[in-house]
Structures are given as structure tokens and as C-alpha cells.
Design a protein. Structure first.
Length: 239
């Protein structure tokens, strides 16, 4: 019950803050939708439908607008001003594609990030370690809004290997978006994995295992890696 009440409190506080900040944004929503050259009758009608003016054509206050928003959200009456369709319906239609994309991006990050970090730690200061850290640095530094168009330019337009957009081509359509989204997380996971593995390798129980004559591979994978992955799993879970 405490958690449920805390969730309600957070939702209430967030919606109040966002609604209040939107009132401070310069410009008129009616002008943004219709343009400043629209007839006055159309402007008044839209303002009333959005809850910005009451029946007497007077501007509504913050509490009235917020109450209208909450009532519309609870009754699924929030509508897109572009399509006039319920917002939750539009979200529900696109949610499956969003989940597939998120899963694919996470899969790419997990398949490439931790293994590269393990190899870099296992071969510390080697060329493999250097290449992995270069990839990790570039992957974290390159912005997604630049990487996405570059992938399209190379693989879709120049080489014509992958589709530009849409889902009509099946699973192959998700490759470029997933790579664009998963690269940054893969780079972060690679750096974290390398740092955690190297930190664990310096612990006393690792030196004890080596002193007992255990093979290097056994010490690395059985003792060091299993403990180094604990913080990594936490980060992956949060992502």
C-alpha cells in the first residue's frame, strides 16, 4: 500500500510540474496548431475543445486545465490534436514495435558489450584491449542522431542491403535501428565489464586461487568473472 501511494504521489507531482511548466512556455497552442492566420471562430472552437477556454470564452485557470487533463486521461478521452484519435489507442498500436526494437537493441548490447570487455580484461594492454577501448570510446561518444543517418546512408542508400524504414520487410527491418540504439549501451557494458573484471582480479581470493595452483582459465572464468558480472547485471536490469 505504501508503494502504491508513493506511485500515485509521484504521478501527481510529475503531472502537476509538467502542466505548470507547459503554461510557462512561450506561444499559444492554438497558434501552433492552426497558425496565426486562422479565423477567430476556428481558434475559439479549438481553444474550447482543448479546455483552454470555458463556455463563456474566458481563459481557464491552472486547476481547471489540470482537472480536465486528469479526467481525460482516466476516461481515455485524451486525443491527438493531429488525428483526433485517443492517445492511448495510438500508443497501444505502436507499443509492440517499440518493445521489439528495445529488445533487439538490448540483445545487441549484451551480445557484444560484455564479451568484448571480458576479452579486453583477459588480454590487458594487448592490441585487442586497445581496439576494444577505442570501440567503447567511440560507441559512447558518437550521438545516435548522427549514427542512424550514417547507417542509412551506407547500408540502405549506397549498398542497398537493408531497408530504409518500415517493418514491411520483416526482421531485417529492425537491424539498423537496433544497431543504432544498441551501440552506445554495448560500449558502456564493455568498459564496465573490463573495469569490473580487472578490479576483481586484484582481490585477495583471486591471488589465493592462483597460489593453490588453479589454472588461469579456471581462476578467470569461474572465480573472477562470476563476481565481476554482478554490477553488470544490475545495470542491464535498469536499462
Amino acid at each position: 500500500m505504501k508503494k502504491f501511494l508513493s506511485i500515485l504521489f509521484v504521478m501527481f507531482g510529475t503531472t502537476v510540474i509538467v502542466t505548470g511548466l507547459l503554461r510557462l512556455v512561450p506561444g499559444d497552442p492554438v497558434d501552433n496548431i492552426l497558425g496565426d492566420q486562422a479565423p477567430e471562430e476556428a481558434r475559439i472552437a479549438l481553444a474550447k475543445s482543448l479546455g483552454l477556454r470555458d463556455a463563456n470564452n474566458q481563459p481557464t485557470g491552472f486547476i481547471t486545465q489540470y482537472t480536465h487533463f486528469v479526467r481525460s486521461a482516466v476516461t481515455n478521452d485524451l486525443k491527438s490534436y493531429r488525428t483526433q484519435r485517443p492517445v492511448f489507442t495510438v500508443i497501444a498500436e505502436r507499443l509492440p514495435y517499440t518493445l521489439v526494437l528495445a529488445f533487439a537493441a538490448m540483445l545487441i548490447a549484451i551480445l557484444f558489450g560484455p564479451p568484448l570487455g571480458v576479452l579486453a580484461a583477459f588480454r590487458k594492454n594487448s592490441w585487442l584491449d586497445i581496439l576494444t577501448m577505442v570501440f567503447a570510446t567511440l560507441g559512447a561518444a558518437i550521438p545516435r542522431f548522427w549514427l542512424g543517418p550514417m547507417l542509412l546512408l551506407i547500408f540502405s542508400i549506397k549498398l542497398q542491403l537493408l531497408p530504409v524504414s518500415g517493418i514491411e520487410d520483416g526482421a531485417i527491418s529492425i537491424v539498423l535501428p537496433a544497431i543504432s540504439l544498441g551501440t552506445a549501451l554495448a560500449a558502456i557494458l564493455a568498459r564496465m565489464t573490463r573495469a569490473q573484471v580487472l578490479e576483481v582480479l586484484g582481490e585477495d581470493y583471486i591471488r589465493t586461487a592462483k597460489a593453490k595452483g588453479l589454472k588461469q582459465a579456471s581462476v578467470f572464468f569461474k572465480h573472477a568473472l562470476s563476481n565481476a558480472l554482478i554490477p553488470l547485471l544490475t545495470v542491464i536490469g535498469l536499462q
